[in-house]
Design a protein around this ligand. Structure first.
Ligand code: PLP
Length: 386
């Protein structure tokens, strides 16, 4: 603990000094399995040699110029991300929340351009979109919003995974401009909507000229076995937000958009000093390149299936376990009772996990994980859940 840090986190008693692959070491030399990846960030493992090399080379060449000039790797990464996601254009920033802010600005500007006085965005119950003022206003829950009134106006909240309710809201309000949601709710407890849910939302959006804006900050970059989770529903949204795994630990975020949404922001309407600089976009290019070379999607899918099978066989039948949910390597184990101290118990056993919604174990392990390493995680879980 440090008296000079604002107390925004209840920190757990560990100080890591080194990482390699799926492992971390603390200052006492203890080794841990990182089944959380710094919350879906270090998907290609800690100290990935190719990424370390590119950081070294690029930092010795040029880290930063300014968005007032052309930045070649930024242009290349924009093109790559657009090809992978089906979007037309990218805006680079430094975090997930900033990517969400960008999408909200796109929706509001779209509404303003259509002379809608108070454009509204439908957001979901159980959602999480980040901690900046617009992102926390779009987020559900007292935990995130309490103490920050007045929140940003213009959000209508709907139950997740409920198409009828959205249809009704769109009929009732003529000032809705967009729907913003996660394709799988991460912080909400790994909530996976029904197959076809996003397809239905896209249909509603298309017939009412609304933007479908998908927050892929946690679920993106192969975590669910596809580049982006919305691709399981075979749709192309109007806007998507990415961050986390794109930099494997180097801060980067992006808002990608298609058609009208891609041209809504014009010179002077948005910007970022650091967003998309030489260092972060060169790393982003390398991350995408490694993911493609290793067919990391296939590993996420295969290991996700193996994880699911092992969890079903060894964990699901425990009295303390209510439900196990996963899509690829986005994994939630819902327990019957509150288990907020379990992350610390796991830490003592050499495993890093996270507890969300007070009773759900969340794991977002590295996408390079193998069967033996999954067996090691299950063996620790087996002991601590009891
Ligand atoms: N959106 C989602 C779905 C997230 O899970 C998060 C962070 O966990 C964010 C947005 C905010 O990202 P950041 O913490 O990089 O601002």
């Amino acid at each position: 603990m440090n008296d000079f840090l604002m107390k925004t986190y209840n920190k757990k008693p560990a100080s890591f000094v080194k990482g390699e692959g799926i492992y971390l070491w603390d200052d006492k030399g203890r080794k841990y399995i990182d089944a959380l990846c710094g919350l879906a960030v270090t998907s290609l493992g800690h100290s990935n040699p190719e990424i370390s090399n590119i950081i070294k080379t690029q930092s010795e060449t040029l880290i930063h110029s300014s968005n007032a000039f052309n930045i070649k790797p930024q242009e290349e990464l924009a093109e790559k991300l657009c090809l992978l996601s089906g979007m037309d254009k990218a805006f680079f920033c430094n975090s997930g929340a900033e990517a969400v802010e960008t999408s909200i600005k796109i929706a509001k500007k779209y509404g303003n351009d259509k002379n809608i006085k108070n454009p509204k965005i439908i957001v979901m119950e159980g959602s999480f979109h980040g901690r900046t003022m617009a992102a926390l206003s779009a987020t559900d829950g007292e935990k995130v919003q309490k103490g920050f009134a007045p929140l940003l106006d213009g959000f209508i909240r709907a139950p997740y995974n409920n198409v009828e309710c959205i249809e009704k809201l769109v009929l009732e309000h003529n000032d809705i401009v967009a729907i913003l949601l996660e394709p799988i709710q991460g912080e909400g407890g790994i909530i996976i909507p029904d197959k076809g849910y996003l397809k239905n939302l896209k249909r509603i959006c298309d017939s009412n000229q609304l933007f479908l804006m998908i927050d892929e900050v946690q679920s993106g970059f192969c975590r669910t076995g596809k580049w982006f989770a919305f691709q399981h529903d075979e749709i192309t949204p109007d806007v998507i937000m990415v961050a986390k795994a794109l930099g494997n630990g180097v801060p980067i975020g992006a808002c990608l958009a298609k058609n009208t949404a891609a041209d809504t922001l014009t010179p002077g309407t948005h910007g970022s000093t650091f967003g998309g600089n030489f260092l972060s976009t060169t790393v982003g290019l390398k991350v995408v390149d490694i993911m493609q070379t290793l067919s990391i999607n296939d590993n996420a899918k295969e290991m996700g299936n193996y994880f699911q099978k092992e969890l079903k066989e060894k964990i699901a039948n425990k009295k303390t376990v209510k439900e196990i949910r996963n899509k690829g390597l986005m994994i939630g184990i819902e327990l019957v009772n509150e288990c907020i101290n379990l992350a610390e118990v796991a830490l003592k056993s050499g495993l890093i996990i996270n507890i969300t919604q007070d009773n759900i174990i969340r794991m977002l392990p590295p996408l390079i994980i193998n069967r033996t390493q999954i067996d090691d995680i299950i063996s620790i879980l087996n002991k601590i859940i009891d």
